[in-house]
Design a protein around this ligand. Sequence first.
Ligand code: SAH
Length: 344
Amino acid sequence: MRSVYDLSLSDLQDYLKENELKPFHAKQIFRWLYDKRISSFSQMSDISKKMIDQLEKDLEIKLPEIAEKQVSKDGTKKFLFRFSDGSLVESVLMVFDYGFSACLSSQVGCNMGCSFCASGLLKKQRDLTAGEIVSQALMIQKELDLDEQRLGNIVVMGTGEPFDNYDNVMKAMSILNDPFGLQIGARHISISTCGVVPSINRFAKEDLQYNLAISLHAPNDELRSKLMPINKAYPLNELFKALRDYSSVNNRRLTFEYLLLKGVNDSPTEAKQIKDLLKGMNAYINLIPYNKVKEKDFETSDEENALRFYDLLKKNGVSVTLRQKRGTDIDAACGQLRANKTEH
Ligand code: SAH
């Protein structure tokens, strides 16, 4: 049966119309689902019995089970969710000084094959539906409900490539952003891509206020193609053309993510190349310590070297931040919890 979380507000209005019910009830139903966070249609006390019967016949309030939950000393909580077909997906709740943030997965596994990443250890089994993406955020909000806290930020940086599941991710974000949905502000939503150029071009046309983050990780084609196979399909000149086009129509500042891989991409040569690449762009680069993946040979840069790299970029006029490690005492590196629970 179809999950009600797959429906945007306008889908729900259409559904009601098709069933000769009044479409204005869609907003009411959305409030019950996303504000009151009910677990059964029969809890909607101001909705007619007739409408509830119809909804129960066609739609399901479908949330995943919690297969595992890990809690880090710094407050990070990692969830392994199990959907009804048995698929396992990771989501992470992070605590920042600006509020709570949920890191959501977009696919079951990933086909991008980045050489350092644990998610790619398990090939993509399928895309997640919009409802499954929405339900990860809802589950995390339900966890926060226990402390009367509110989820304020979403990053689509879990397992999967969101721009390889474009329609479902965009629909999910519109539901989460909806004033009758979870009401996550568009500027508090970030989507991270390894650089799927056709989807970046599509995104540029949408006039949305979500933040766009690009996993850069290497500032030249030779190294980037070694680390990230996507670079062979869309090399840096094509990627940056798409990003400049995006920036020319959208005022949002771009984020570049850059993993600090010891002896691989953390020398002054790469710092200089980053400076040249980002010149004149409304962008900043976020240096990210690498979380060790036991199946991979990569190590994170030494702290001293990371700081030197950071300083060099800063001195060269690049907007740069150095991310703190989070949840390292649990299986917090992308895809690790799931990989550890699944045979591969
Ligand atoms: N496919 C998208 C989003 C998911 S990955 C993308 O590539 O952007 C989210 C981020 O985590 C990416 O920047 C990815 O390169 C990074 N990442 C992957 N493995 C990591 C690890 N072991 N430690 C830290 N970051 C990692």
